[in-house]
Design a protein around this ligand. Structure first.
Ligand SMILES: [Zn+2]
Length: 320
């Protein structure tokens, strides 16, 4: 294993204190591994949650309002400072606050090995349009870091940071829950809603729409979704490019096609709703080839059990 995810977010559940983080980073700095950080100030967030619930604020939108951008920016800054003390590379996962990325940008400009990723939900979805939907609907979009306010302008800034490579990767933080019996655990108490959105099968389509919308170039789409992740996590040489010696993993994409995301359309994940219901993409996956074998064609899956191979990752090939 060459990368390790730590959490600053969930005291009592998943949580590393500053001393533990520092020790992990010292070790990473010695053996060349990468520390991935879920950067939110969980101690402060837990106070805000308790206060909101005491005031009777129980709807899903309070999930975002009790995790304000400051909690992400503060934790990101602290993680960066701890990493700088040790010289370890740092990769901040699923960033959604523009202020947090700004701190990352300033540190990158000074030449440090600090990196950030964001996810489609933070580029397209928002506190106002999704998390604040009437009743309990907003529970579909409860994830952490949270969807943020459009009025605060995070979404546009994140696209900008994808263009400037201050955000280097688009991942999904794929973590699906059914609405029935799972998301419903948080009826009457937003803090009991399981955190997570299922996006993994839509990532390439959703980020391709950024090309159509003029947010990123075609080449940057490939870089953000394939090449950089492969280099960041030590798979370059086999994955991340179409070159002699690499695996023949190829998506043939039809820019004249159209994809409507939703249940009974493009949805194959084992969950009873789609966080992306009704979203239309101005493009379509034509063919998917895995190690030279066609696994998707004409909207049908032709893969087989046993085709997958375990790959041992090397150290990051992306460091300065
Ligand atoms: Zn996380």
């Amino acid at each position: 294993m060459t990368s390790f995810k730590l959490f600053m977010a969930y005291p009592g559940v998943f949580y590393s204190d500053d001393g533990q983080i520092l020790r992990a980073m010292q070790t990473a700095s010695n053996n060349g591994s990468m520390i991935m950080m879920h950067a939110e100030n969980g101690i402060a967030i837990d106070v805000l949650i308790a206060q909101a619930l005491a005031e009777g604020k129980t709807d899903p939108r309070y999930h975002s309002l009790t995790r304000p951008w400051e909690t992400e920016a503060e934790a990101t800054n602290r993680a960066i400072m701890l990493a700088r003390m040790t010289g370890a590379p740092l990769y901040v996962v699923h960033m959604s606050a523009k202020q947090a990325v700004k701190i990352l940008q300033e540190t990158r400009d000074e030449g440090w090995n600090v990196f950030g990723e964001t996810c489609p939900q933070y580029l397209y979805l928002s506190l106002e349009d999704h998390l604040s939907q009437p009743g309990f609907e907003g529970a579909k979009w409860v994830c952490s870091t949270p969807l943020r306010s459009k009025a605060e302008g995070h979404q546009d800034e994140l696209w900008k940071y994808l263009r400037t490579n201050d955000l280097s990767v688009v991942s999904t933080d794929h973590c699906p829950f059914c609405f029935k019996e799972q998301k419903e655990l948080g009826l009457g108490n937003f803090s009991k809603i399981p955190n997570g959105i299922g996006t993994v099968e839509h990532r390439m389509d959703l980020i391709y729409q950024g090309v159509v919308d003029g947010q990123i170039t075609l080449e940057r789409w490939v870089e953000l979704c394939s090449t950089t992740p492969a280099r960041m996590f030590g798979l370059y040489g086999r994955k991340g490019a179409i070159q002699p010696g690499f695996d023949a993993d190829i998506v043939i994409y039809d820019p004249a096609g159209r994809t409507e995301i939703g249940l009974h359309k493009t949805h194959h994940m084992n969950m009873d709703h789609s966080a992306w219901e009704g979203v239309v993409i101005d493009g379509h996956v034509d063919t998917v080839i895995s190690r030279g074998r066609i696994v998707v064609e004409n909207n049908e899956y032709h893969g087989a059990k046993g085709h997958g191979q375990f790959l041992k990752r090397g150290l990051s090939q992306y460091l300065l």
